[in-house]
Design a protein around this ligand. Structure first.
Ligand SMILES: *Cc1c(COP(=O)(O)O)cnc(C)c1O
Length: 345
């Protein structure tokens, strides 16, 4: 039986054709190494155009590196980062931010639907503390969140204001930034620097690319010496043009938003399909390309026997189903049809 990875994650999908073509275009003879090439320059300029501001742009291999290095760039060992308990930086990066910063800690907050709330940030900031404790130095949110929800413009502005008033740097984990921009129908600047975000991990591997994420410093005073940090961590590609070129294909003609809209639409369709089952309970509002759904254990077993691969992420029965640029209506119909059989087994 062929295993079906259509909804296991958005990183089980392949590479968008636009990025593949851009990669081939960059494969012409010789070019300067370590990011001194024309493709890296062009891709960096395109990132600046997307955000409509003059920002510092760095290419690294993974999202974990983008988060860990950017957070290490803005925090010292005596600092800590405020973030959601379920945030990727706190749960799935093997302590990378702490490691690369030499000891920065995390203050994890609970919050519905994967979001942290200004009141809770305020609460921890108000707690009396002395030299026994690390100093709150940064706040990090994930957009779209680990629960597939999306912070609104107002919510980001509220956190940005709080960060500003309390001398916190504001970091955004944008592993699925495109899905959030597409969902909100806003310009990228509205949910980043205009709302107070200082540094963004701008991911596109999950969305569309083979490898390669971008770190965007909107506050350029925070990126001093940052290139050295990337090199030290082994994240400066010598043939950088092949990391950067796919970004040209991705950003040209807003291909990134087209593909993100598609993935989001697929998730909405999938959620609609699930609603017909009394035994299926959605665990979070479907706002981007993720669907979280509770299904009976026997149904999961039966789906697994039918070849469906996906992750149980919440308790024993809460599944995460991710849609991607390559998800089709047929994948969704197949899944729903098999679910129907699984429920009647
Ligand atoms: C996948 C992901 C990352 C980056 O992970 P890598 O596997 O290191 O590329 C970062 N944040 C979130 C929310 C993610 O889902």
């Amino acid at each position: 039986m062929r295993l079906k990875y259509y909804f296991a994650s958005d990183n089980t999908a392949g590479i968008i054709p636009e990025a593949w073509d851009a990669l081939a275009d960059a494969n012409q003879g010789f070019a300067a190494a370590y990011g001194e090439d024309e493709w890296t320059a062009k891709a960096s300029d395109m990132v600046r155009e997307v955000f409509e501001t003059d920002c510092d742009v760095y290419f690294v291999f993974t999202g974990t590196a983008a988060n860990s290095l950017s957070l290490a760039g803005i925090c010292r060992p005596q600092h800590k980062i405020i973030c959601h308990r379920q945030s990727h930086i706190a749960t799935a990066e093997c302590g990378g931010p702490g490691f690369f910063s030499g000891g920065t800690g995390m203050e994890v907050l609970d919050g519905d639907a994967g979001k942290i709330q200004p009141d809770d940030i305020n609460r921890v900031l108000q707690q009396p503390f002395d030299f026994h404790y690390q100093i709150h130095k940064a706040v990090s949110i994930t957009q779209s969140t680990e629960m597939g929800t999306v912070y609104t413009v107002g919510e980001i502005n509220a956190i940005g204001k709080l960060a500003d008033e309390n001398d916190l740097h504001f970091h955004m984990d944008g592993a699925r930034f495109a899905n959030a921009v597409a969902a909100l129908g806003v310009t990228p600047k509205e949910i980043t620097w205009q709302a107070g975000v200082d540094v963004l991990s701008f991911g596109a591997t999950k969305l569309a690319l083979p490898v390669g994420e971008v770190i965007v410093f909107f506050d350029k005073s925070l990126s001093e010496e940052f290139g050295h940090r990337c090199k030290q961590a082994g994240h400066v590609a010598s043939k950088m043009r092949f990391v950067a070129a796919p970004w040209i294909g991705l950003l040209e003609n807003d291909a990134w938003l087209k593909h993100a809209r598609h993935a989001n639409r697929c998730a909405a369709l999938l959620a609609t399909g699930l609603e017909q089952f009394a035994g299926a309970e959605l665990l979070a509002p479907v706002e981007s390309n993720a669907v979280f759904v509770n299904l009976p254990e026997a149904v999961h077993r039966s789906m697994r026997e039918r070849g469906w691969m996906y992750h149980i992420v919440s308790g024993a029965t809460g599944a995460r189903l991710m849609c991607s640029w390559d998800t089709t209506g047929e994948h969704i119909e197949q899944f729903i049809a098999d679910l129907e059989s699984a429920f009647s087994d």
